[in-house]
Design a protein around this ligand. Structure first.
Ligand code: GTP
Ligand code: MG
Length: 653
C-alpha cells in the first residue's frame, strides 16, 4: 500500500479515502510547512480488477447458502495478471492487489492453484444456520383506568361521571416467509421474541395504546413446529368449563341423595313436618353458595381498585361478574405445524396478544354510580417453536465425501465453496446459481416444457410463465455408509436436497467402482426418506391427540386458512425421493485408469433405464426414464455444458 499520509503531516486523517485525496488535502492543510508534494497518480482501473474470467461456459452468480455473493472477483485466479502500469510508480504498488496464492502450487495434487483447484484456505463461509428454537411471548393487554370527570360543574374535584379509558390490546406475533431471507441464524441469536405490551388506559376516556406486533420473517422453505404453549386465558376457560360440568354432576348426585333420604324417612313413618323436596333444595342452595365462595368469588386478581380506597372499603365492594369477552384475534389451535414452502401472502398469526382491560365506565350501573373498579389486561400466549430450514434448490448434489462436489459447484457456478483433499471439507450447505446465458452475458432462456403449477407462481397462468433463465444447485456435506445411523455428519443435511427438483449423484471415478458408490448413496437416501416417513407418521398420531384447549371455534376457522402451509402427509416420501429425476456426474475423469470404471457405470445405468436392473434405491416405480452418466473433470471445468443442459432439460421436462 502506498503511504496514506505524508509522514511530515501532523494532521490525522481518516484512512478510508483514496491516497491522492490525502496528498492534496494534506498539501492544502500544511502547505507552508511541507514542500510541495506532487499528486500521486492512481493506477488505471483495470489493474485493480482481475480479468473477466469465467469458470465455464455458462456461469454465474453464486450464492453461498443462498446469500448473494458480492464481490465476485477478488479471489479469482488470473492466469495473465494485467501488467503493472508505468504510471503506478510507488514501490508498494506491485501486484499486491491480487492474491498471492493463486500462483502457488496446490500441495494436495501438485497442480497450480486456481479457482477450481484452490488452496483449502481460499473459501467463503457465510453465516448459516438451518435449525433453531424460538420462544415467543405475545403482548399482555394493558389495564383499564379508574377516573372521574373533574369539572367545575361537579364542584371542581374529581366527582363527575366515570371516564377511565380502556387498556390497549397486547401485540400479536406473526410469521411470514419471504424470498431474500437465507438463513435462520439471526433468529437463532435472538432466541426470545416479545411483542409489545398494551398500555394502560388513562383518564379523560383515553384508551391505552396497542402493543406493537412482531412479524418474524423466515426464508421460504422453513418448517416450524410448536414445542409447547402456555395460554392462560384458554386454560382458565378450560378449568371453568370442567368445574361447571363437575358441579352439575354434584347437583345431580345431591338431588338423588336427598330423594333417597326423603324416601327413607317416609318409610320409617315420621315425616317431622318436613318436605323432602325442601330439604333437597336447601342442600343444593347451601352447596352452591359454597361453590361460589370457593371458585368464582371474588376474582380479586382480575380487578384494579381505586387507589384512594381503604382495604375495608375494597372488601365491601361487591364485584360484578367478569364481563365475557372474545379475543380480538382468535388464537390458532395447537399444536401449530407449518411448512412455508412458498412466500406467504399475508403474515400468519402464531400468538395472539391479550385483550386490554375495561375502564371504570363499563361498570357504572344504576346502583353503583361511582365504580371504583376496572379490569386488568389479559395475560397473553407464550409458546416455543422449533424452526427448521429446508433449502429449496433446483438441483441437489449427493455424493460420498471427497467426491468433488464442491469443486463441481465452483466449476458450474461462481460459488466459493471450500475444497480440500480430505473427507468432510464441506460442513454446511452451499448454494450456487447457474445462469443460462449465451456466452455473451445475455441470458438464454430455456423454454419450459412443463409449466409450474399456479400455486407456485402466484397464479400466473401456464402460457404467461417465463422461460427458465437460471437454476440453483445445493452442495451438501458428503454422505457415508451408515449415515442414517448418524455416522459421519449424518443425513441431517439431506433435508436440503429433499425438495430439489433433480438429484445429481456425484461419483468419483478414481475411488473404486462407481456403481457400488452409487448404490451406497441411493441406499442412504432411501433410508433417510424412510426415516422422514416415520417422523411424519408420529406427527400425524400426535395431531390426533385431543388438544384440551381447542374451545374456540373461531380459532379453528383462522387456522384453516393457514392449512395450505401444512404438510401433505399422503405422499409416500420414499417413492417421492425415488420418483425424482436423477442422473450421475462421474467426476475426476482426468485421472488415469478411470475409463473402465465409467464404462461399467454407463452399462449399469443403461440397464436401469431399460428396466433390466432395479432402481438403485430398491423402490419399485422409481424414476428411470432416462438415467444419464455424464463424465466430467471439474478441476479443469470440462463437461460443464452437458451438465447444465441435461439438468435444465430434466427440470422442465
Ligand atoms: N483430478 C481431479 N481432482 C478433483 C476433481 N474434482 C475434485 N477434485 C479434487 O478432489 C478433492 C475433493 O474435492 P471437494 O470438491 O472438496 O470434494 P467434496 O465432495 O466437496 O468433499 P466433501 O465436502 O468433503 O464431501 C480436492 O482435492 C479436489 O481438488 C477432478 O475433476 N479431477
Ligand atoms: Mg465439499
Amino acid at each position: 500500500m502506498p503511504p496514506r499520509t505524508p509522514s511530515s503531516s501532523t494532521v490525522l486523517l481518516p484512512f478510508l479515502y483514496p491516497p491522492h485525496l490525502f496528498a492534496q488535502t494534506s498539501r492544502t492543510l500544511s502547505s507552508r510547512a511541507v514542500p510541495k508534494i506532487l499528486p500521486r497518480a492512481l493506477p488505471p482501473r483495470h489493474s485493480q480488477l482481475p480479468g473477466n474470467r469465467r469458470a465455464s461456459s455458462n456461469t454465474t452468480t453464486a450464492t453461498a447458502a443462498g446469500a448473494p455473493s458480492s464481490s465476485t472477483s477478488e479471489t479469482d485466479p488470473d492466469p495473465h495478471p494485467p501488467s503493472t502500469p508505468s504510471s503506478w510508480t510507488t514501490p508498494s504498488a506491485s501486484p499486491t492487489t491480487t492474491n498471492h496464492h493463486h500462483y502457488e502450487t496446490n500441495p494436495h495434487n501438485s497442480l497450480p492453484a486456481n479457482r477450481l483447484n484452490p488452496l483449502p484456505d481460499d473459501y467463503r463461509l457465510p453465516v448459516f444456520s438451518d435449525r433453531t428454537t424460538l420462544t415467543m411471548y405475545a403482548g399482555p393487554g394493558g389495564s383499564g383506568c379508574i377516573s372521574f370527570l373533574r369539572d367545575l360543574h361537579f364542584g371542581g374535584d374529581a366527582s363527575g361521571p366515570p371516564n377511565g379509558g380502556d387498556g390497549g390490546h397486547g401485540g400479536n406475533i406473526y410469521i411470514a416467509a419471504a424470498y431474500g431471507e437465507t438463513s435462520l441464524h439471526k433468529l437463532g441469536r435472538r432466541r426470545v421474541m416479545r411483542a409489545g405490551k398494551g398500555k394502560s388506559g388513562l383518564g379523560s376516556s383515553k384508551d391505552g395504546q396497542r402493543g406493537a406486533d412482531i412479524v418474524i420473517t423466515v426464508p421460504v422453505g422453513t418448517v416450524l413446529k410448536e414445542v409447547w404453549r402456555e395460554d392462560p386465558v384458554a386454560e382458565e376457560k378450560a378449568i371453568a368449563k370442567e368445574r361447571r360440568i363437575q358441579r352439575k354432576e354434584e347437583r345431580k348426585l345431591r338431588a338423588e341423595q336427598a330423594q333417597e333420604t326423603a324416601l327413607a324417612t317416609l318409610k320409617e313413618g315420621h315425616l317431622g313436618g318436613e318436605n323432602w323436596e325442601e330439604i333437597a333444595e336447601k342442600a343444593r342452595l347451601e352447596q352452591e353458595q359454597k361453590d361460589w365462595e370457593e371458585y368464582e368469588y371474588p376474582h380479586y386478581d382480575k380487578w384494579v381498585f381505586y387507589p384512594g380506597i381503604s382495604a375495608s372499603q375494597r372488601k365491601s365492594i361487591r364485584l360484578p361478574k367478569l364481563p365475557k369477552r372474545e379475543r380480538l384475534f382468535a388464537q390458532p389451535e395447537g399444536p401449530i405445524v407449518l411448512d412455508l414452502m412458498k412466500p406467504t401472502k399475508q403474515p400468519i398469526l402464531l400468538a395472539a396478544g391479550g385483550l386490554g382491560g375495561l375502564g371504570n365506565p363499563h361498570f357504572q350501573k344504576w346502583r353503583t354510580e361511582k365504580p371504583m373498579i376496572a379490569t386488568k389486561g389479559e395475560a397473553a400466549v407464550s409458546m416455543k417453536l422449533e424452526l427448521e430450514l429446508k433449502l429449496l434448490a433446483d438441483v441437489g448434489l449427493v455424493g460420498l465425501p471427497n467426491a468433488g462436489k464442491s469443486t463441481l459447484l465452483r466449476a458450474l457456478t461462481n460459488s466459493r465453496a471450500r475444497i480440500g483433499n480430505w473427507a468432510f471439507t464441506t460442513l454446511q450447505p452451499n448454494i450456487g446459481t447457474v445462469i443460462l446465458d449465451s456466452y455473451r452475458g445475455r441470458t438464454m432462456p430455456m423454454p419450459r416444457a412443463k409449466p409450474k403449477p399456479e400455486e407456485y407462481t402466484w397464479g400466473v397462468p401456464a402460457e404467461e410463465q417465463e422461460a427458465r433463465t437460471r437454476f440453483t444447485i445445493a452442495d451438501i456435506p458428503g454422505l457415508i455408509e451408515g449415515a442414517h445411523l448418524d455416522k459421519g455428519l449424518g443425513i441431517a443435511f439431506l433435508r436440503h436436497v429433499e425438495r430439489a427438483g433433480v438429484l445429481a449423484f456425484v461419483v468419483d471415478l478414481s475411488a473404486g467402482p462407481a456403481v457400488e458408490a452409487l448404490k451406497a448413496l441411493w441406499k442412504e437416501v432411501g433410508l433417510y426418506a424412510k426415516m422422514r416417513e416415520d417422523e411424519e407418521r408420529d406427527r400425524e398420531i400426535e395431531r390426533k391427540i385431543e388438544w384440551d384447549f381447542n374451545i374456540d371455534t373461531a380459532a379453528r376457522a383462522t387456522s384453516t386458512w393457514a392449512a395450505e402451509y401444512t404438510q401433505d402427509i399422503d405422499i409416500d416420501p420414499v417413492l417421492h425421493i425415488a420418483g425424482k429425476p436423477w442422473f450421475v456426474i462421474a467426476t475426476k475423469g482426468d485421472l488415469p485408469e478411470t475409463q473402465e470404471n465409467f464404462k461399467n457405470l454407463k452399462y449399469y445405468l443403461n440397464g436401469v433405464t431399460r428396466g433390466e436392473f432395479e432402481h438403485p434405491s430398491g423402490v419399485e416405480g422409481g424414476w428411470i426414464d432416462d438415467v444419464a452418466a455424464i463424465p466430467v473433470s471439474a478441476i479443469n471445468g470440462h463437461g460443464m455444458d452437458r451438465i447444465v443442459h441435461w439438468t435444465a432439460g430434466l427440470l422442465d421436462q
